[in-house]
Design a protein around this ligand. Sequence first.
Ligand SMILES: *Cc1c(COP(=O)(O)O)cnc(C)c1O
Length: 372
Amino acid sequence: MDIKNLPDNPYLLLTPGPLSTTKTVKAAMLRDWCTWDDDYKALVQEVRTKLTRLATDKIDRYTSVLMQGSGTFCVEAIIGTALPEGGKLLALPNGAYGDRIVQIAKTLKIDCVFNDSGELDPPDLDKLDATLKADRAITHVAVVHSETTTGMLNPIEKIGKIVKGYGKVFIVDAMSSFGGIAIDLEAVDCDFIVSSANKCIQGVPGFGFVIAKKDALKACKGQARSLSLDLYDQWNTMENDKGKWRYTSPTHVVRAFHQAMKELEEEGGIAKREARYRANHRILVAGMRKLGFKTLLPDAYQGHFITSFYSPESPKYDFKTFYDKLKTKGFVIYPGKVSKASAFRIGNIGDVYPADMERLVKAVEEAMFWWD
Ligand SMILES: *Cc1c(COP(=O)(O)O)cnc(C)c1O
C-alpha cells in the first residue's frame, strides 16, 4: 500500500476526540478485513492484553473488554452491568461528562445520588467521606478522571482511597486521559476504568474499552439491563472464544487501533506520550497568555489534555468567526461547554506536536486582529 499518496489533512483536530491520527493509522483501514477467523481474533487478544498492561502489571487480576460504540456506550455498559438490582450509585460530577453518568443511571432507573462540586472545583473529598458514612445503601461510586468539559484532572487516587475505605465498587471514566498519563490501577484501586479508541491511544472512533478487576467483572453475571451493552457477556465471549466479539465488530477500527497501539510503543509508551502532551499544553498556555488570554481553571486543577480559555471580552468577538478563521489556517478548535462562562477549548492530544502548538499560537495572533 502506497500510503505516501494519501492526501494530507487540511487541518489538525485540536478537539477532545476524534482527534488527529497518523497516516499509518488511517492506512490500516484501507482494505477489507475479515472478522471471524483466527488472525483477527488473535489481533483482538493482543489488543486486549496490551491494554491491560498499559494500566497494571498485575495482569492475572485484571482483564479488558472491548465494546462497540462510542465511549458513552461503554460507560453505560459498566453502569448498567455493574450495578445489581437494588444497588445504588454515588456520582461525583463536575462537568457534562459527570452529569452524563447521572443521566445514564436515571435512564436505567438505577438509584443514584450525586455530589456536584460545580464545574470549577474538584470533587469535595470530605463530603465524599461524609456521604459514604451516612448512606450505607450506596454500593458503587463513579467519577470522571479528566473532565473534558473544562480540562480539570480529578484526583482519582485520593477518591479511590476513600471509596475503598468503605468497601464500595469504584468506576472511573478515564476516557480522555487513558494512554496520555500514567495510571496504575492498583494505586487507584478502581474496579472498572473506561476509555475509547479515539482519544489518547490515537485511534479512530468506533469502540471503547473497559479494564476491570476480573473478580468485579465476574460478579456482574446476569445483571445487565441491556442485551447489546452487557459488559459481562461481551467479556465472557471474548475470553472464552479467544477474541470473538458478540455481534459485528468494527473490524477496520480495531485494525487501526492495533496500529495506534504499535505507534504508542514506538513513541516510547505512555511516559513519552504524556511528556509530548504536556509540552503541547505548556506551549499553548504560555503562548495564549502572552496574547492576553486567560485560562478558565487555575493551573493546580488543569490537566494536560484539553485547555479552556475565557472568550475575549471584545464585543466584536464571536466564536464562529474565530473558529472559521482558525480552520482556514489549519486548526480546528472546540466550543466551550461550561454553563457559567463564555469560553472555548483547545485540545492538546492526538498526532499533534509542540511545533504545531507554536504555529497555532501564531494563527490565533493573526486571527485576533479582527476583534482587537
Ligand atoms: C469523550 C468522552 C466521553 C465519551 O464521549 P463519546 O462522545 O461517547 O465518545 C466520556 N467521558 C469523557 C470524559 C470524554 O472525554
